[in-house]
Design a protein around this ligand. Sequence first.
Ligand code: NAP
Length: 242
Amino acid sequence: MAPVTVITGGSRGIGAATARRLAHTGHHIALGYRRDHAAADTVLADLHATGVRAVAVPADTRDPDQVTALFDTAAELGPITGLVNNAGITSPIGPFTDLDPDDLRRVVDVNLIGYILCAQQAARRMTDGAAIVNISSVAATLGSPGEYVHYAAVKAATDALTIGLAKELAPHGIRVNAVAPGIIRTDIHALSGQPDRPDHAASRIPLGRPGEPDEVAAAIAWLLNPDASYTTGAVLRVGGGL
Ligand code: NAP
C-alpha cells in the first residue's frame, strides 16, 4: 500500500519541497497550511500532476480541533504512515532584550505546542512501520545570539521531543527523528525582517552558501523511508557544516 504522509506548513519553503519530493516517490499527501490558499493550491496541483492522491487542508497547528480535522482528512487517503512536523515561524530578528511577549508566545505556540499536538494525533493513529520527522534547526545547538534566542530554545525543545517520543513509540514500531536545517533559502527570512539573510550569512557557512529547500527535503524523505529502518531518535543536521 502507498504511504500516506501528513506535512504541516506544506504551502511554501521546506514543507512544499518535501511534498513535491515525496509525491514523486508515490506518497499520498495531506498538506496542512495556515492561510495562504493560493500557495497551497499551487503545490497541490504539482502533487496531483504526479498521479498521487493529495489534499490541502487549512489547519492552524496551534488549534487542537483544526489539527484533529487535518488528520481526519488525511486518514481518508489511507492509514497514515508519516508525519513531517514542519509548520514553523520565527519572529523579528533582534536583541533578546527587545523580544515582545506576544512574539515569544507565537513562537512557542506554533513551533512547540503545534508540533506536540500533531505528534499526538500521529502517535494515536500510526502503527508498526510509521515514522515522524520533526523539523528542528541548527539554532538548537548554536543558540542564535542577537537574532532569536527564544526560537533556538524552542528548537532545542523539538530535539528533546524527538528523543523522548522515539523511545516511547519504539515498542510500537514507530520511528521518530528530527532534521535540523541550517540557513535555507525560504520566505521565513523575509517574515523575520531580513529577506537577504541567506546570502549575507553565506560567508559564515562552511560550505559557503545557503541551502535549498529540496536539500532538506532529501533528508526528510530518507528518514521516512524504510531505508532508515534502524534510525530513530536521531537529529540529522543539514546545515552546510553549521
Ligand atoms: P516558510 O517558508 O516560512 O513556510 C512556513 C510554512 O508554515 C508555511 O506553509 C506556513 O503556511 C506554515 N505555517 C506557519 N504558521 C502556521 C500555523 N500556525 N499553522 C499551520 N501552518 C503554519 O518556512 P520554512 O523556512 O520552510 O520553515 C519550515 C520549518 O523549517 C520551520 O519549522 C522552521 O523553523 C524550520 N527551519 C527553517 C530554516 C530556514 O532557514 N528556512 C532553518 C532552520 C529551520 P502559511 O503561509 O499559510 O501561513
